[in-house]
Design a protein. Sequence first.
Length: 178
Amino acid sequence: MAVNPKLTVLKHPGKTFELDKDMLTAGRNDNMDLCIKDATMSGHHCDFIRAESGDYVVRDNNSTNGTKVNNLPVTEVELKNSDIVQLGGVEMLYDAPGGTRTVTDITHTIEINGNELTNLSTVRELDNFSPFLREQERKQATANKVIFAVVGALILVVAGLLVWLVWMILSKMGTPAS
């Protein structure tokens, strides 16, 4: 029985997707085969297509924040064991059965296995690339204006009441008692 390749999300170790079809869709929409609710991912971000080698090809679907493999932007590339696939701000480890590979960085070489998935992320936070950020900023600015207007109106009402109260007290003091 053959074991299928997997994609393991690095930010949330344990969240794994088994690649078990000839083609799988990935994105933020509920109807995607690999649905990841992350604002940095497009609704239909990319496709994973089984190649003749048994590995998968990742094909970007003109996504807003792009697709990278091992930190390099790609439109379409065949994955190899231990590749780091980045969809927007979400990083995943591609784990192909029987494959071994080492990842080398400037200081040392490590062998990646399923038990060492934490703290591997090289993605900077992409919150400022969210397609929803401008809408959130606009809503926050509107809320701030409403709060400012309400507080301003309350200050004017309180100031008016104080002036009226002082005027009433002074006018009572100025009239002789009957």
